[in-house]
Structure formats: C-alpha cells, structure tokens
Design a protein around this ligand. Structure first.
Ligand code: GLY
Ligand code: MN
Ligand code: MN
Length: 430
C-alpha cells in the first residue's frame, strides 16, 4: 500500500457499530473483491470491497471477515481469514498479510488461513440461527459480474438451507453514512492531494494542450503524494465535451476561448475525493463565461448552506432546483412562461442542469448512506451544481466535498482549492 498505516481503532469501532445492530444468534460474513481478469495472464489492479475494508482495514484479495458476537468461544466472535502466505508467494508477489500483520491492521485477534474457512464456518453455523449476507443495494448500483460475495451467498444457501437470512446492507448504509473523525481525516487527505493536482494543472493549461496531458499532470501529482490514482474515472472535457456528463475519453485539444471542465479526485487509502472545477483554457474568463460561472457558484453557495442536520435529501434537491431556476431566469436561459408551464416531474431548469446536486462521499465516490432520513452531523456530501450550454460549447460545474456539522454551515474540505474567478485567473497567469 502507498498510504500510511491507519490506526486499527477505526475498524474496531466500525465493527462495534455493525455488531450492535445484529440480531442475537447471528453470523455476518464479508468477502473481498475478486481480482478481475483482462486476458491471458493480465489482471486489473485489485480494489478491495469497500465494506470489508470498512470493517477490517484488510486491503488484500481472498479475505473473509466473519462476525459472530454470540459465539460461545470468545475467540470466535470475530475472525479474519486471509490467504496463506509462504516464501514462494513472498518472492513472487511480495509481502502478504501474515497472521501478526493482519491483527495489526484490523485489531482482530483471531486470524486463520482461508483454507480453514469451510471447517470453521460449519462449526460456527451449528451455534447460529441466522446469517447476514452482504448484498449491494446502492441506489445506483448496476453489477453484471458475479462477485465473491454472490458466490458465497449461493454456496451458503445450498449448504445451510435450514438457517435464516438477513441483510447486512441496511446496517452498512446507515453506519457508513456517518463518518468517524479518522475517516474525515482520510477524506481530507484525499482532498489535499486533489488540490495539489489542480494547482499544478492551473499552471499547465494553455491553448493547445490535450485533455490527456492534463490527466497525466493530475496522475503525476496524485502518485507522488501516496495516492494510487483517481478515485473515479476522470472527466476532463473542454468546449462542447463539458456538456457530455460522463465524458471520459479526454482525447481532445483545448482551444483558445473554450472553457475546460475537470471532474477529478484523488483517492487516498481507498477514500475518495470528488472535485469539479471549470477554468478558461487561456487563463481569462470572457464576460459571458463569468456570468454563467458566477450563477453556478451562487447556487453552490446557497445549496451548501442547506446541508445541515435535519435536511431531507429529496426536499433539498427541490430547493436547489428553485435557486437554479431563478439563476437561469436571470441569465435569460429560461423565461417566466417556461417556468409557469413546467412539468413538475421534469422542471424547466433540468434542460440546463440535469443531474443531482449532492451525494454521500467516502470509501465510494457515490458512497453508501441513508437518503430518506434527515441528514446528520458528520455525513460527507458533495455539492455540485452545473449549467450546460451545448449551443455555446460550454458546460460549467463546480463541486466541493463538505462535512455536515452539529451547528451551522458544513465544513468545506476543499476550501483551499481555488474557486473564485480572480484566484483562478491569478494562478493561471503567474
Ligand atoms: N464524479 C462523479 C460525480 O461527481 O458524482
Ligand atoms: Mn465529481
Ligand atoms: Mn460528485
């Protein structure tokens, strides 16, 4: 791992939060991700299953976490199974988790080799009534591959048909949504790395550079700061491309006079950051660009103020829609008739601002977290309004990551990343 070790207290606390919500006599199992194949003997870089990481800190393939708070033998109340390591593996693949190291990382005292899983699991199942399965119920999930988790669930249902099943996901959605101080620190670290990338790019961008060269500048800064790279596929779109919401080709040349939208964030220790900045390719905003930019910025500032305990995500989006509508009226992009005749299910503003304003942020960029209950302190959200004008070859989005506070406005983890027009122009014209 490139990141500094994380104090295992975090994972101890996360497990305590999870087990406090389990029914008595139940076992919960969490599997690592597979290493996905490309072809021949090539594989994609490993990415740990976020739930397993959240509960154990184990950042290695072929890992299983078992939680059984009512186990008769106290040493079986939490068990981490890791892939058996040996000298051959150490020579070819480098250091893997030893039992001692696995304890150090996770705070779990009982560590077994993965080959012992079936035997140990069978034994513990004779003491348990219920198994918690970890399915993915994220509101935007769309998974076509069979995960290790899916294979385990299938195997377990066949092998133990007389047990009862429960879902881990609602527990995870609720506990992962509210961050521990250590997690906020890790997200903040990711945001600081993103800032370094952006400052580098502000000095690099000029007419004629290619979008992929800008991507490379970010990557350079991310890697040299202990990030393994982008938290999500970066969107670096100049001119018209900024209006393609999921533009990821990043293969066009940036032209004098165009705006450049960059939705990029570094990861750090598997925690994401999620930033969008939109800058003029030539370092100076035109009057029109300033006008639209400042409209987006005002919406962002007003939206941020609403991210306080008690706010409901759906109502918040309606309110942001109203603010955006008034800005679009101000810009002359909508007129009163457009608003009076609007379809309540697809209000007029959606012609220019068609995506959401905020999502939970954390181990996943679009993180797990409750969306139907009131917001609470220490939830981390993005704020990301935008206005997209394909006829003008211009799309502007501004995005920061903020932490909800008990009192007052949220803390902006990206407050040091240039955002105001004057600061951006100054950094680009040093
Ligand atoms: N980069 C994805 C998002 O902003 O939600
Ligand atoms: Mn983003
Ligand atoms: Mn976002």
């Amino acid at each position: 791992m490139k990141y500094h070790p994380i104090d295992s207290d975090l994972f101890v606390r996360n497990r305590a939060k999870f087990t406090a919500k389990m029914k008595s006599g139940s076992i919960a199992v969490f599997n690592s991700n597979d290493i996905y194949p490309i072809g021949a003997d090539s594989t994609m870089p490993f990415e740990q299953a976020r739930d397993l990481f959240y509960l154990s800190g184990a950042d290695q393939e072929e890992t299983i976490l078992l939680l059984f708070p009512d186990a008769i033998d106290p040493k079986h109340r939490e068990i981490l199974f890791v892939r058996e390591t040996n000298e051959h593996i150490a020579i070819w693949e480098g250091a893997k988790l030893t039992k001692e190291k696995a304890y150090e990382v996770s705070g779990i005292k009982t560590v077994y080799w993965l080959t012992d899983f079936e035997k140990v699991f069978f034994n513990l199942m004779t003491e348990a009534d219920t198994v918690y399965f970890n399915t993915n119920e994220h509101y935007r999930q769309s998974v076509e591959t069979q995960t290790r988790e899916d294979r385990f669930i299938k195997w377990c249902k066949e092998k133990f048909p007389a047990h009862k099943w429960e879902k881990s996901n609602p527990i995870l959605q609720s506990i992962r949504g509210t961050k521990e101080p250590q997690e906020i620190e890790l997200i903040s670290q990711a945001c600081k790395i993103t800032e370094k990338g952006f400052r580098r790019v502000l000095e690099f961008v000029k007419p004629g550079v290619w979008e992929y060269e800008i991507e490379a500048e970010y990557m350079h800064e991310f890697l040299r700061n202990r990030s393994k790279g982008f938290a999500y596929t970066p969107i670096i779109g100049s001119g018209f491309s900024a209006c393609v919401l999921h533009y990821i080709e990043n293969n066009q040349q940036c032209k004098d006079g165009d705006m450049l939208l960059m939705d990029v964030g570094a990861e750090y220790a598997n925690y994401a950051s999620d930033m969008t900045r939109t800058i003029p390719v030539n370092g100076r905003f035109t009057a029109r660009q300033k006008e639209v930019y400042n409209a987006v910025l005002r919406v962002k500032k007003e939206a941020t103020k609403m991210l306080v305990p008690g706010t409901l995500w759906a109502e918040y989006h309606q309110e942001v829609g109203k603010i955006m509508t008034s800005e679009l009226l101000g810009l002359g992009l909508l007129d009163k008739a457009d608003v009076q005749n609007e379809n309540p299910d697809w209000p007029a503003y959606k012609k220019y601002f068609m995506h959401g304003t905020s999502h939970h942020m954390g181990l996943d960029t679009h993180d797990y977290g409750p969306l139907k209950t009131p917001m609470q302190a220490n939830m981390v959200f993005t704020v990301e309004p935008g206005i997209y004008l394909p006829e003008e070859n211009m799309g502007i989005r501004l995005e920061d990551d903020v932490v909800i506070q008990e009192q007052g406005e949220p803390i902006n983890l990206m407050k040091d990343i240039p955002l105001e027009i004057e600061e951006i122009e100054e950094c680009m014209n040093k």
